[in-house]
Design a binder for this molecule. Structure first.
Ligand code: R2B
Ligand code: URA
Length: 313
């Protein structure tokens, strides 16, 4: 690994270290100030290294409430001092995203869909860079629709694929399509699968995850405001996805995988299935059951983090 200049300015700028570079943007070096607008944080207004420099694990998920609950859960699991109710939303002055810090763990919401998570990830990755974090692992924990799996099964993503079952993410940049690989860290996925075997009642598989740009027609649902296909066409598409190794469908994994890969961040996607799409489209399971399902990826990641921190009995 070649030594690189840390992102420090003025008098601090002489420091060199062995560090993996998390950003790939030459323009950042020449910026006087970087405002992370959607987090309401900035390099001049906040001492980012002091606030975030010790982060080792970042967990992202769609909903602000779920990511608050994850932070509170981690607070208990890591035996942190203070009361869970005192964990404050670092981004409380903006309602775009929520962010909670518990020791070396950051929990951040990303909203729904690729554009929303992509904006969040740009600012999160710059936050890690400005904070001089090292050896950070990112997890996306979320919900999904299952293909041929019992509801409640946790899927650790092998390949994040697009709607054509290709392991890639396409982004339009300056009117041209840029294609980025969505390969994830195989070792990390296997380590997470091992963790699942050490926990009771978390049925878990490693499989491909399909990422779509819509929840309804885009995921082959018959119950949206629009539907342009028959039941048979829907089932044929799901069967093809199944043949391609896809076992769940969600809406952020490809851009998450592509951005983490480009930025040298180890990353994993862990989503619970809420229903089996061969059996229906509506999510009609009782609320309490859904809440328990959504805790499964959280429990798995918490177990992984505790093991990595050497906190397991
Ligand atoms: C899973 O659930 C959300 C849609 O309900 C979406 O953000 C996703 O990926
Ligand atoms: N999230 C999705 O994107 N699809 C589902 O079917 C369920 C949750």
């Amino acid at each position: 690994m070649t030594p690189i200049l840390l992102n420090c300015r003025g008098a601090e700028c002489s420091e060199y270290t062995e560090q993996v570079q998390y950003v790939k943007n030459p323009h950042l070096e020449s910026m006087e100030e970087d405002i992370l607008y959607h987090f309401n944080l900035g390099t001049k207004t906040h001492n980012l290294p002091a606030m975030f420099g010790d982060i080792k694990f970042v967990c992202v998920g769609g909903s602000a409430n779920r990511m608050r609950a994850f932070a509170q859960f981690m607070h208990q699991e890591l035996g942190q001092p203070g009361h869970v109710d005192d964990i404050r939303d670092i981004c409380e002055e903006t309602d775009r995203y929520s962010m909670f810090k518990v020791g070396p763990v950051l929990s951040v919401s990303h909203g729904m869909g690729a554009p929303s998570i992509s904006i969040m990830l740009h600012e999160l990755i710059k936050l890690l860079y400005h904070s001089r974090c090292r050896d950070v692992i990112l997890f996306r924990i979320g919900t999904s629709g299952g293909i041929g799996l019992a509801p409640g099964t946790v899927v650790i993503t092998d390949k994040a694929v697009d709607s054509f079952f290709r392991p890639q993410f396409e982004q339009v940049v300056l009117g041209k399509v840029i294609v980025r690989s969505t390969e994830l860290d195989e070792g990390l996925s296997k380590e997470l699968l091992q963790c699942s075997t050490e926990l009771p009642d978390i049925p878990t598989v490693i499989a491909n995850t399909m990422c779509t740009h819509d929840f309804y027609e885009g995921q082959g649902r018959l119950d949206g405001a629009l539907c342009s296909f028959s039941t048979e066409e829907k089932l044929e598409y799901l069967r093809k996805a199944h043949e391609a190794g896809v076992r769940n469908i969600e809406m952020e994994s490809t851009v998450f995988a592509a951005m983490c890969r480009m930025c040298n961040l180890k990353a994993a996607v862990i989503c619970v299935t809420l229903l089996n799409r061969f059996e229906g489209d509506q999510i009609s399971t009782h609320h309490d059951v859904l809440v328990e399902y959504q805790q499964r990826p959280q429990g798995l990641v918490a177990h992984f983090i505790k093991k990595r921190l050497g906190l397991m009995a």
